[in-house]
Write a protein that binds this ligand. Structure first.
Ligand code: CA
Ligand code: CA
Ligand code: CA
Ligand code: CA
Length: 349
Protein backbone atom coordinates (compact mmCIF):
# COMPACT_ATOMS: atom_id res chain seq x y z
CA UNK A 1 0.00 0.00 0.00
CA UNK A 2 2.82 2.36 0.85
CA UNK A 3 4.49 1.65 -2.45
CA UNK A 4 1.28 2.41 -4.30
CA UNK A 5 0.89 5.73 -2.55
CA UNK A 6 4.49 6.54 -3.27
CA UNK A 7 4.03 5.72 -6.93
CA UNK A 8 0.90 7.79 -7.06
CA UNK A 9 2.57 10.83 -5.56
CA UNK A 10 5.48 10.37 -7.95
CA UNK A 11 3.04 10.40 -10.84
CA UNK A 12 1.45 13.51 -9.39
CA UNK A 13 4.84 15.15 -9.10
CA UNK A 14 5.76 14.30 -12.67
CA UNK A 15 2.37 15.46 -13.84
CA UNK A 16 2.60 18.80 -12.06
CA UNK A 17 6.13 19.23 -13.35
CA UNK A 18 4.81 18.83 -16.91
CA UNK A 19 1.99 21.27 -16.26
CA UNK A 20 4.46 23.79 -14.85
CA UNK A 21 6.93 23.43 -17.69
CA UNK A 22 4.12 23.62 -20.22
CA UNK A 23 3.04 26.91 -18.74
CA UNK A 24 6.62 28.12 -18.59
CA UNK A 25 7.52 27.64 -22.22
CA UNK A 26 4.19 27.69 -23.91
CA UNK A 27 5.53 28.18 -27.41
CA UNK A 28 8.43 25.79 -27.80
CA UNK A 29 9.24 22.38 -26.35
CA UNK A 30 5.69 21.05 -26.03
CA UNK A 31 4.29 22.54 -29.20
CA UNK A 32 4.55 20.62 -32.45
CA UNK A 33 5.21 23.10 -35.20
CA UNK A 34 4.28 21.91 -38.66
CA UNK A 35 6.37 23.13 -41.58
CA UNK A 36 4.94 25.96 -43.63
CA UNK A 37 3.28 24.37 -46.66
CA UNK A 38 4.67 26.81 -49.21
CA UNK A 39 8.22 26.55 -47.86
CA UNK A 40 8.03 22.76 -47.74
CA UNK A 41 6.71 22.67 -51.30
CA UNK A 42 9.74 24.67 -52.54
CA UNK A 43 12.05 21.99 -51.09
CA UNK A 44 9.87 19.13 -52.36
CA UNK A 45 9.74 20.58 -55.86
CA UNK A 46 13.56 20.72 -55.96
CA UNK A 47 13.79 17.08 -54.80
CA UNK A 48 11.21 15.85 -57.30
CA UNK A 49 12.73 17.77 -60.24
CA UNK A 50 16.16 16.39 -59.29
CA UNK A 51 14.72 12.88 -59.20
CA UNK A 52 12.92 13.24 -62.54
CA UNK A 53 16.07 14.69 -64.13
CA UNK A 54 18.29 11.85 -62.94
CA UNK A 55 16.03 8.84 -63.53
CA UNK A 56 14.73 7.17 -66.66
CA UNK A 57 12.18 4.45 -67.39
CA UNK A 58 11.89 1.59 -69.90
CA UNK A 59 9.57 3.40 -72.35
CA UNK A 60 10.44 1.09 -75.28
CA UNK A 61 8.94 -1.87 -73.45
CA UNK A 62 5.47 -0.33 -73.68
CA UNK A 63 5.61 0.38 -77.42
CA UNK A 64 4.69 -3.20 -78.31
CA UNK A 65 2.07 -5.52 -76.85
CA UNK A 66 -0.83 -4.47 -74.65
CA UNK A 67 -2.16 -4.67 -71.10
CA UNK A 68 1.22 -4.06 -69.52
CA UNK A 69 1.33 -4.17 -65.73
CA UNK A 70 2.57 -1.65 -63.19
CA UNK A 71 5.24 -4.21 -62.28
CA UNK A 72 6.60 -3.82 -65.84
CA UNK A 73 7.53 -0.20 -65.13
CA UNK A 74 11.24 -0.04 -64.32
CA UNK A 75 12.73 3.25 -63.12
CA UNK A 76 16.52 3.44 -63.09
CA UNK A 77 18.96 6.04 -61.77
CA UNK A 78 21.20 7.67 -64.33
CA UNK A 79 24.84 7.11 -63.43
CA UNK A 80 27.26 10.03 -63.36
CA UNK A 81 28.18 10.91 -66.96
CA UNK A 82 25.84 8.26 -68.39
CA UNK A 83 23.36 9.15 -71.11
CA UNK A 84 19.87 7.67 -71.25
CA UNK A 85 20.08 4.22 -72.91
CA UNK A 86 18.21 3.37 -76.08
CA UNK A 87 14.53 2.44 -75.64
CA UNK A 88 14.42 4.42 -72.40
CA UNK A 89 13.23 7.96 -71.65
CA UNK A 90 14.31 10.44 -69.02
CA UNK A 91 11.36 10.90 -66.63
CA UNK A 92 11.58 14.69 -66.82
CA UNK A 93 10.84 14.65 -70.55
CA UNK A 94 8.15 11.95 -70.23
CA UNK A 95 5.92 13.38 -67.46
CA UNK A 96 3.12 15.95 -67.64
CA UNK A 97 3.46 18.71 -65.06
CA UNK A 98 0.27 19.60 -63.18
CA UNK A 99 -0.55 22.49 -60.88
CA UNK A 100 -3.08 22.76 -58.09
CA UNK A 101 -3.83 24.80 -54.98
CA UNK A 102 -4.46 22.83 -51.80
CA UNK A 103 -4.81 24.19 -48.24
CA UNK A 104 -3.80 27.61 -49.59
CA UNK A 105 -0.46 26.46 -51.01
CA UNK A 106 0.42 26.11 -54.69
CA UNK A 107 1.58 22.67 -55.70
CA UNK A 108 3.23 21.02 -58.67
CA UNK A 109 2.95 17.27 -59.28
CA UNK A 110 3.92 15.05 -62.19
CA UNK A 111 2.08 12.34 -64.09
CA UNK A 112 3.51 9.72 -66.42
CA UNK A 113 0.70 8.44 -68.64
CA UNK A 114 1.72 5.08 -70.11
CA UNK A 115 -1.79 3.97 -71.09
CA UNK A 116 -4.92 6.14 -70.84
CA UNK A 117 -7.36 3.23 -70.50
CA UNK A 118 -10.39 2.52 -72.68
CA UNK A 119 -13.27 2.53 -70.17
CA UNK A 120 -15.02 5.29 -68.26
CA UNK A 121 -13.27 7.71 -65.96
CA UNK A 122 -13.92 8.13 -62.22
CA UNK A 123 -14.66 11.45 -60.56
CA UNK A 124 -12.57 12.65 -57.59
CA UNK A 125 -15.04 11.20 -55.05
CA UNK A 126 -15.70 7.81 -56.62
CA UNK A 127 -14.57 4.34 -55.62
CA UNK A 128 -11.66 2.98 -57.63
CA UNK A 129 -10.26 -0.53 -58.02
CA UNK A 130 -6.53 -0.52 -58.55
CA UNK A 131 -3.27 -2.39 -58.34
CA UNK A 132 -0.38 -0.23 -57.24
CA UNK A 133 2.96 0.27 -55.58
CA UNK A 134 3.88 3.25 -53.38
CA UNK A 135 7.53 4.27 -53.22
CA UNK A 136 9.00 6.59 -50.58
CA UNK A 137 11.75 8.91 -51.77
CA UNK A 138 13.01 9.49 -48.21
CA UNK A 139 13.31 5.76 -47.61
CA UNK A 140 15.04 5.27 -50.96
CA UNK A 141 17.56 8.02 -50.15
CA UNK A 142 18.32 6.59 -46.70
CA UNK A 143 18.81 3.08 -48.13
CA UNK A 144 15.66 1.61 -46.53
CA UNK A 145 13.09 -0.44 -48.41
CA UNK A 146 11.66 2.16 -50.73
CA UNK A 147 8.31 0.37 -51.26
CA UNK A 148 6.11 1.32 -48.31
CA UNK A 149 2.82 0.04 -49.66
CA UNK A 150 1.62 -2.10 -52.57
CA UNK A 151 -1.07 -4.44 -53.79
CA UNK A 152 -0.55 -6.84 -56.68
CA UNK A 153 -4.13 -8.06 -56.32
CA UNK A 154 -6.90 -5.54 -57.13
CA UNK A 155 -7.95 -3.44 -54.15
CA UNK A 156 -10.72 -0.83 -53.70
CA UNK A 157 -10.23 2.70 -52.45
CA UNK A 158 -12.85 5.33 -51.74
CA UNK A 159 -11.35 8.54 -53.07
CA UNK A 160 -13.68 10.25 -50.56
CA UNK A 161 -14.93 8.72 -47.31
CA UNK A 162 -18.22 9.56 -45.60
CA UNK A 163 -16.58 11.75 -43.00
CA UNK A 164 -14.43 14.80 -43.45
CA UNK A 165 -11.29 12.69 -43.64
CA UNK A 166 -10.09 11.12 -46.87
CA UNK A 167 -8.97 7.52 -47.14
CA UNK A 168 -6.42 8.36 -49.79
CA UNK A 169 -3.94 11.17 -50.23
CA UNK A 170 -5.02 14.29 -52.11
CA UNK A 171 -2.92 13.37 -55.13
CA UNK A 172 -5.06 10.29 -55.79
CA UNK A 173 -8.19 12.47 -55.95
CA UNK A 174 -6.40 14.59 -58.53
CA UNK A 175 -4.72 11.92 -60.65
CA UNK A 176 -7.27 9.06 -60.83
CA UNK A 177 -9.85 11.16 -62.77
CA UNK A 178 -7.13 11.85 -65.38
CA UNK A 179 -7.17 8.16 -66.33
CA UNK A 180 -9.77 5.71 -67.60
CA UNK A 181 -10.58 2.31 -66.19
CA UNK A 182 -10.43 -0.94 -68.18
CA UNK A 183 -12.36 -1.18 -71.44
CA UNK A 184 -13.39 -4.73 -70.62
CA UNK A 185 -12.50 -7.77 -68.55
CA UNK A 186 -12.73 -11.54 -68.78
CA UNK A 187 -12.84 -14.03 -65.94
CA UNK A 188 -10.62 -17.07 -66.44
CA UNK A 189 -11.39 -20.66 -65.35
CA UNK A 190 -9.96 -20.13 -61.83
CA UNK A 191 -11.87 -16.91 -61.27
CA UNK A 192 -9.11 -14.37 -61.97
CA UNK A 193 -10.10 -11.14 -63.65
CA UNK A 194 -8.20 -10.37 -66.81
CA UNK A 195 -8.57 -6.63 -67.45
CA UNK A 196 -8.09 -5.14 -70.90
CA UNK A 197 -6.96 -1.65 -71.87
CA UNK A 198 -6.85 -0.14 -68.36
CA UNK A 199 -5.22 3.09 -67.23
CA UNK A 200 -1.52 2.63 -66.45
CA UNK A 201 0.69 5.36 -65.06
CA UNK A 202 3.01 6.75 -62.43
CA UNK A 203 2.50 9.82 -60.24
CA UNK A 204 5.27 11.81 -58.56
CA UNK A 205 3.84 13.60 -55.56
CA UNK A 206 5.16 16.26 -53.17
CA UNK A 207 4.60 15.71 -49.44
CA UNK A 208 1.93 18.42 -49.34
CA UNK A 209 -0.33 16.35 -51.60
CA UNK A 210 0.47 13.16 -49.70
CA UNK A 211 0.98 12.63 -45.95
CA UNK A 212 2.85 15.92 -45.27
CA UNK A 213 3.96 15.97 -41.60
CA UNK A 214 2.52 12.55 -40.73
CA UNK A 215 5.03 9.71 -40.82
CA UNK A 216 2.75 7.15 -42.49
CA UNK A 217 5.57 5.99 -44.75
CA UNK A 218 8.00 5.85 -41.84
CA UNK A 219 9.20 9.38 -42.33
CA UNK A 220 7.50 12.78 -42.47
CA UNK A 221 7.63 15.27 -45.38
CA UNK A 222 8.08 12.42 -47.80
CA UNK A 223 7.79 12.74 -51.57
CA UNK A 224 6.03 9.72 -53.02
CA UNK A 225 5.89 7.81 -56.27
CA UNK A 226 2.89 5.62 -57.12
CA UNK A 227 2.88 3.19 -60.01
CA UNK A 228 -0.74 2.18 -60.63
CA UNK A 229 -3.29 0.41 -62.77
CA UNK A 230 -6.80 1.87 -62.76
CA UNK A 231 -8.97 -1.19 -63.36
CA UNK A 232 -12.56 -0.29 -62.46
CA UNK A 233 -14.54 2.39 -60.68
CA UNK A 234 -17.99 2.96 -59.21
CA UNK A 235 -19.86 6.25 -59.08
CA UNK A 236 -20.25 6.99 -55.38
CA UNK A 237 -23.40 8.41 -53.75
CA UNK A 238 -22.34 8.69 -50.14
CA UNK A 239 -25.77 9.60 -48.70
CA UNK A 240 -27.67 7.39 -51.16
CA UNK A 241 -30.01 10.30 -51.94
CA UNK A 242 -29.89 9.65 -55.69
CA UNK A 243 -27.57 12.57 -56.47
CA UNK A 244 -24.09 11.26 -57.32
CA UNK A 245 -21.56 12.74 -54.89
CA UNK A 246 -19.51 14.50 -57.55
CA UNK A 247 -22.64 16.59 -58.35
CA UNK A 248 -22.90 17.57 -54.69
CA UNK A 249 -19.68 19.55 -55.16
CA UNK A 250 -21.72 22.60 -56.20
CA UNK A 251 -18.79 24.98 -56.54
CA UNK A 252 -16.78 22.47 -58.56
CA UNK A 253 -13.73 23.20 -56.39
CA UNK A 254 -12.99 19.49 -55.85
CA UNK A 255 -13.97 19.82 -52.19
CA UNK A 256 -17.36 18.35 -51.28
CA UNK A 257 -17.01 19.07 -47.57
CA UNK A 258 -17.64 22.82 -48.06
CA UNK A 259 -21.05 22.60 -49.78
CA UNK A 260 -23.93 22.91 -47.29
CA UNK A 261 -27.00 24.41 -48.99
CA UNK A 262 -29.26 24.50 -45.91
CA UNK A 263 -26.46 25.51 -43.54
CA UNK A 264 -27.28 22.77 -41.01
CA UNK A 265 -23.64 21.78 -40.64
CA UNK A 266 -24.08 18.59 -42.65
CA UNK A 267 -22.44 18.89 -46.10
CA UNK A 268 -24.69 18.06 -49.05
CA UNK A 269 -22.88 14.84 -49.96
CA UNK A 270 -23.88 13.32 -46.62
CA UNK A 271 -27.20 15.22 -46.20
CA UNK A 272 -30.34 13.28 -47.21
CA UNK A 273 -32.48 16.46 -47.22
CA UNK A 274 -30.20 19.03 -48.81
CA UNK A 275 -32.58 22.02 -48.60
CA UNK A 276 -34.10 21.07 -45.22
CA UNK A 277 -37.72 21.34 -46.50
CA UNK A 278 -38.66 17.98 -44.92
CA UNK A 279 -38.98 16.31 -48.32
CA UNK A 280 -35.98 14.03 -48.71
CA UNK A 281 -33.73 14.68 -51.68
CA UNK A 282 -34.57 11.24 -53.09
CA UNK A 283 -38.29 12.15 -53.12
CA UNK A 284 -37.54 15.44 -54.89
CA UNK A 285 -36.04 13.58 -57.86
CA UNK A 286 -38.32 12.12 -60.53
CA UNK A 287 -38.13 8.32 -60.79
CA UNK A 288 -38.35 6.48 -64.15
CA UNK A 289 -38.29 2.74 -64.87
CA UNK A 290 -37.21 1.35 -68.25
CA UNK A 291 -37.73 -2.25 -69.35
CA UNK A 292 -35.37 -3.31 -72.13
CA UNK A 293 -35.96 -6.73 -73.69
CA UNK A 294 -32.65 -7.57 -75.33
CA UNK A 295 -34.23 -10.82 -76.67
CA UNK A 296 -36.21 -8.53 -79.00
CA UNK A 297 -33.06 -6.52 -79.81
CA UNK A 298 -34.37 -3.58 -77.82
CA UNK A 299 -31.77 -0.92 -77.10
CA UNK A 300 -31.06 0.74 -73.78
CA UNK A 301 -32.42 4.28 -73.33
CA UNK A 302 -30.12 7.27 -73.72
CA UNK A 303 -30.39 9.06 -70.40
CA UNK A 304 -31.04 12.80 -70.13
CA UNK A 305 -28.41 15.27 -68.89
CA UNK A 306 -29.79 15.30 -65.36
CA UNK A 307 -30.85 11.67 -65.27
CA UNK A 308 -28.88 9.04 -63.33
CA UNK A 309 -29.13 5.27 -63.20
CA UNK A 310 -29.72 4.06 -59.64
CA UNK A 311 -30.31 0.35 -60.21
CA UNK A 312 -30.26 -2.33 -62.87
CA UNK A 313 -31.40 -5.96 -62.95
CA UNK A 314 -31.08 -8.44 -65.78
CA UNK A 315 -33.42 -11.43 -65.77
CA UNK A 316 -33.15 -13.66 -68.83
CA UNK A 317 -32.09 -10.78 -71.05
CA UNK A 318 -34.84 -8.46 -69.82
CA UNK A 319 -33.11 -5.49 -68.21
CA UNK A 320 -34.93 -3.29 -65.71
CA UNK A 321 -33.24 0.07 -65.32
CA UNK A 322 -34.35 2.58 -62.70
CA UNK A 323 -33.26 6.20 -62.94
CA UNK A 324 -33.75 9.47 -61.10
CA UNK A 325 -33.91 12.86 -62.79
CA UNK A 326 -33.06 16.21 -61.21
CA UNK A 327 -35.85 18.69 -62.01
CA UNK A 328 -36.25 22.43 -61.61
CA UNK A 329 -40.05 22.66 -61.72
CA UNK A 330 -40.35 26.41 -61.04
CA UNK A 331 -37.49 27.11 -63.50
CA UNK A 332 -35.68 29.51 -61.18
CA UNK A 333 -32.29 27.90 -61.83
CA UNK A 334 -32.28 26.04 -58.50
CA UNK A 335 -33.18 22.34 -58.73
CA UNK A 336 -36.12 21.16 -56.61
CA UNK A 337 -33.94 19.23 -54.15
CA UNK A 338 -31.97 22.41 -53.35
CA UNK A 339 -34.99 24.73 -53.39
CA UNK A 340 -36.85 24.88 -50.04
CA UNK A 341 -39.82 26.67 -51.67
CA UNK A 342 -40.53 23.61 -53.86
CA UNK A 343 -41.86 20.63 -51.90
CA UNK A 344 -43.09 18.22 -54.57
CA UNK A 345 -42.74 14.59 -53.54
CA UNK A 346 -42.38 12.67 -56.81
CA UNK A 347 -42.92 9.36 -55.03
CA UNK A 348 -46.40 10.45 -53.94
CA UNK A 349 -47.62 11.68 -57.33
CA1 CA B 1 -25.70 12.13 -52.88
CA1 CA C 1 -26.86 20.41 -45.16
CA1 CA D 1 -27.33 15.08 -50.36
CA1 CA E 1 -35.56 18.50 -49.59
Amino acid sequence: MKIKILKFSLVLMVFSAIVISCKKDDDDSFTFVEEDRTEQQAKDKDSLILYLSTHYYNSGFFETGSDHKYTDIVITALEEGESVPENHTLLMTAVDTRNTTYLEADYEYYVLNINQGGGGSPSFVDRVRVRYEGISLNNALSGDNETFDSSVTPVNFNLQTNGSTTSVIKAWQLVMPEFNAAFNYEIDEIGNFDFQDFGLGVMFVPSGLSYFSSSTTGTSYDNLIFKFELLQYEVEDHDNDGVPSYLEDLEGDLDIANDDTDGDGVPNFVDIDDDNDNISTRDELMPTTYIVDTNNNELEPILGTNEFEVSRANIGGVITIKTLTILDSDEDGTPDYLDPTVTINYNEI
